[in-house]
Design a binder for this molecule. Structure first.
Ligand code: GBH
Length: 511
């Protein structure tokens, strides 16, 4: 078997044990690539699992926690959720920190990506009142992780805005950026001694586009307006938090702040020039919207968004573009505000140009002007939007490498939803095929990826789909008061990957 060396600029991020140094090195290194056995080189590549506060914690009003926009939404409009459920209890992880960490221990993962609930830490939304029991819970979780030598990658915002702040306009209100900075400062002060790797936001595309532009909480349903306002303030907030962290908390440059952005691969529906252009436009609208201001050398919104939205706004007789403008100072503040890029990747779409019709009513879809489809032959999952297309992962990573000068990437989510059941061979195949694609992106193409996070540790509340879509390595029995967790076949498979750093032969793990 031919063994050959690939020269790549190696950047190592250690999502280490809390309390230990998190180190980042950039330099030249040689990693050997052996196609016979796919290994992720050495322990500098980390495997983890992810969850999010609202989806697992439960304890929605326990010990001082206030209402989030998702509590309000699911309580007032249960019929908007597929199975009319809510996450009042969810997997009850608020009472099961120890048990959850034990699950991770059996997986042998190097880190846990979880999110902190803003309304649990700051019930008023503001930093005038800190909820001690909220702090206690995350301290307990961090202690437990440390005791089990599992690192922490912490998301500050995974969609559960305090309702009190939504009452002030939420992310459409520019002042929200200041309140987010106040919240982030509390997190750095309280947990920053142990947590060295942070994500400001999870998927602003989803919570701005689906939440403010569409029907997800808080249900703004103002596409082409509120979604752009939300994104604008989120980007400002992200830049401000990054700078604040570096100035106030990270003098010795041992901490890392990034953001998680989601990107389905956008594949041209045909090799035609029109389809290729449409696919690139879609990438810029979906990913570039957030990535261009932060990760490109120019900063600011992608030129194609500026052009299209300005022009369409004019045709709709708006006095100004519906896409807000940054000040020069904001552009500079946001540009380069990252230590790494968090990528959430699940699936692929085919892209061709849209009809070109522009309605009078503002619409993000009209602004983007493309038509997204899938190849009906691509294997299905239990989510309509998610088809299994492993090669799209490699293309996504290469596009990021080429577009943003090969930034340091941590895959912060990847996974698949299936029916209930422990023998989830399809999930094993999904992970295996996506990891092969990731491996090629790193060792054949030189993409600078240093970590992989599986979504999810366990089944949880899947937003608008309630409990009907299951993404867990561990199955959760929602009918048992204990919310009993049971390892699926994929948990055994993933444990082998996480413990050895190599992809086993499919029959080479115990189940
Ligand atoms: C992630 O988003 C989330 O970060 C995570 O919380 C979630 O549990 C996980 O995915 C699994 O879904 O129903 O047709 O309107 C992934 C990106 C964006 C995919 C919103 C689903 C809704 C499509 N998601 N999208 S649709």
């Amino acid at each position: 078997m031919s063994r050959y060396a690939v020269l790549l600029s190696l950047a190592v991020i250690w999502i280490g044990n809390p309390g230990e140094l998190v180190r980042l090195q950039k330099g030249e290194n040689i990693i050997s690539y052996n196609p016979a056995q796919l290994c992720f080189s050495n322990r500098s590549f980390a495997f983890g699992v992810a969850t999010a506060a609202y989806q697992i914690e439960g304890g929605w009003n326990a010990s001082g926690k206030s209402e989030s926009i998702w509590d309000r939404y699911t309580h007032t409009h249960p019929e908007w959720v597929y199975d009319h459920e809510n996450a009042d209890v969810a997997t009850d992880s608020y009472h099961k920190a120890k048990e959850d960490v034990q699950l991770m221990r059996t997986l042998g993962v190097q880190f846990y990506r979880f999110s902190i609930s803003w309304p649990r830490i700051l019930p008023e939304g503001f930093n005038n009142k800190i909820n001690e029991d909220g702090v206690r819970y995350y301290n307990e979780l961090l202690d437990e992780l440390e005791g089990n030598k599992i690192g922490a990658l912490v998301t500050m915002y995974h969609w559960d805005l305090p309702q009190s702040l939504q009452d002030l306009g939420g992310w459409t209100n520019p002042i929200m950026a200041d309140y987010f900075v106040d919240y982030a400062r509390v997190l750095f002060q309280t947990f920053g001694d142990r947590v060295k790797t942070w994500l400001t936001f999870n998927e602003p595309l989803t919570f701005c586009h689906d939440g403010y532009g569409g029907g997800d909480a808080p249900g703004g349903r103002a596409s082409g307006l509120e979604d752009y306002m939300c994104a604008h303030n989120v980007l400002r907030a992200h830049g401000m938090v990054y700078r604040m962290y570096k100035e106030e908390f990270d003098k010795d440059r041992q901490g890392y702040v990034g953001i998680s952005l989601d990107m389905p691969w956008m594949e041209p529906a045909s090799p035609s020039a029109a389809d290729k252009t449409a696919a690139e436009t879609a990438r810029q609208f979906l990913f570039g919207w957030f990535a261009h201001p932060i990760f490109s050398t120019q900063g600011d919104y992608p030129p194609i968004m500026r052009q299209r939205i300005d022009a369409i706004s004019r045709r709709q007789k708006f006095a100004r573009s519906r896409l807000p403008s940054f000040t020069e100072a904001e552009i500079i503040n946001i540009r380069g505000s990252y230590d790494f890029l968090g990528l959430n990747h699940y699936t692929t779409n085919l892209v061709k140009p849209g009809t070109g019709k522009i309605s009078l009513k503002p619409s993000y879809d009209d602004d983007m002007g493309v038509k997204l489809t899938v190849n009906p032959k691509w294997p299905k999952s239990n989510s309509t939007w998610l088809r299994v297309v492993p090669w799209g992962f490699r293309k996504t990573l290469n596009w990021i490498k080429n577009t943003y000068n090969n930034p340091l990437v941590v895959v912060t989510e990847n996974g698949v939803s299936l029916e209930k059941g422990l023998d989830d061979a399809k999930r094993v195949n999904y992970i295996d095929s996506y990891l092969r694609s990731l491996h090629a992106a790193i060792y054949k193409d030189g993409c600078d990826v240093v970590g992989y996070t599986h979504w999810s540790l366990l089944d949880n509340f899947e937003w608008m789909r309630g409990f009907s879509e299951r993404f867990g390595l561990f199955e959760v029995d929602y009918r048992s008061p204990d919310r009993t967790r049971t390892a699926r076949r994929s948990a055994h498979y993933y444990a082998t990957v996480a413990k050895t750093g190599c992809l086993p032969d499919k029959h080479d793990y115990k189940y």
